[in-house]
Design a protein around this ligand. Structure first.
Ligand SMILES: [Zn+2]
Length: 113
């Protein structure tokens, strides 16, 4: 499962950051997930639930921030919210656009004790 390896990765990053600060436990981890990152949020939440067992994150609150997608048309410069990577510009129907936002997948902040 794709999301499970992402969950393990997130826990790794957060645990290392906590160790660097000599933290005993992690209270909260905030994760940013872009709507175009290919990650299924529900699956990620489910994976995190089991992956945190016996780690510093076991009792941490995990907050997932969904980042809305934003694209800019290369033909008419209009900005729009694409549903996926094979969208169309709603103004000129061009399929030539660049993704400005929405592919994020990162640990945004960590709150430790
Ligand atoms: Zn356009």
């Amino acid at each position: 499962m794709h999301e499970f390896s992402i969950a393990v990765n997130i826990i790794d990053i957060a645990s290392k950051a906590a160790e660097n600060e000599d933290a005993e436990k992690i209270n909260e981890v905030e994760i940013e997930v872009g709507m175009l990152s290919g990650v299924i949020i529900e699956a990620l939440e489910f994976a995190l639930e089991s992956a945190v067992k016996n780690t510093l994150l076991e009792n941490a609150k995990i907050v997932i921030d969904k980042v809305k997608a934003l694209a800019k048309c290369n033909d008419c410069q209009a900005e729009f919210e694409p549903d996926n990577l094979i969208a169309q510009c709603p103004v000129c129907s061009s399929i030539d656009f660049k993704i400005i936002r929405g592919r994020e997948l990162r640990v945004k902040s960590i709150n430790v004790d």
